[in-house]
Design a protein around this ligand. Structure first.
Ligand SMILES: CC(C)(COP(=O)(O)OP(=O)(O)OC[C@H]1O[C@@H](n2cnc3c(N)ncnc32)[C@H](O)[C@@H]1OP(=O)(O)O)[C@@H](O)C(=O)NCCC(=O)NCCS
Length: 176
């Protein structure tokens, strides 16, 4: 039976950490064998990690960050979703959609109006309510320098009915 596990921290050295590492290294082979720790050193430890477990086997992962960004002149807390991965033999069954839905519930309960993600394949997130951003976006790139551009694959979802502002954004950090 599929179970959702919400955690504030995945304890290094635990069995669960090993299972999550195996899942993420497999899903993001370019980051293996240290995908999760490299991701955390780039972006920080997520505020919440969501896992899907099936009979004790970890089959899905999603990381949630909360960040104070600037949209136009307004400072606003948003949710950033990253490291979305489903184990290869369970893909195509709606599990990513389910994790994203749970992440949205979590963010709504915290009165956070928008979720943002940076997709390799934007099509995956359309049915979860995401649209491509057209905003000029300032962020810290992998080389540590600030860049401003319309981020390819940058997507937003409106969680509380507030329309997404069509203004420039400062992510005040990296794109997760
Ligand atoms: C991308 C990934 C998370 C999708 O997980 P999944 O559980 O198979 O996705 P779902 O079954 O929930 O599908 C959600 C939607 O995406 C679509 N979809 C799934 N994989 C897709 C793909 N590779 N390309 C295009 N669309 C895809 C589905 O058809 C579905 O569309 P619908 O809701 O309109 O019917 C999974 O393939 C994966 O782990 N890939 C490797 C890691 C990765 O690339 N992560 C994404 C980082 S942005």
């Amino acid at each position: 039976m599929l179970e959702l596990i919400k955690m504030s921290r995945i304890e290094d050295g635990s069995e669960l950490a090993a299972a999550v590492d195996a899942l993420l290294n497999d899903a993001f082979p370019e980051g293996a064998p240290n995908e999760r720790s490299a991701y955390y050193s780039r972006h920080g430890v997520p505020i919440t990690s969501m896992l899907l477990s099936d009979g004790g086997r970890t089959v899905g992962h999603l990381a949630i960050y909360e960040r104070d960004i600037k949209i136009g002149e307004e400072a606003l807390r948003v949710g950033l979703l990253g490291e979305i991965a489903i184990t290869a033999d369970r893909r195509g069954g709606g599990l990513a959609r389910r994790l994203v839905r749970q992440a949205h519930e979590h963010l709504r309960a915290r009165s956070i109006p928008f979720a943002i993600l940076f997709a390799f394949e934007p099509r995956v997130y359309v049915s979860s309510g995401y649209k491509l951003m057209q905003n000029q976006t300032r962020f810290i790139d992998t080389d540590g320098h600030c860049k401003t551009l319309v981020y390819h694959g940058g997507m937003y979802a409106e969680l509380l009915g507030r329309p997404w502002p069509n203004q420039s954004i400062d992510l005040c950090g990296t794109a997760v």
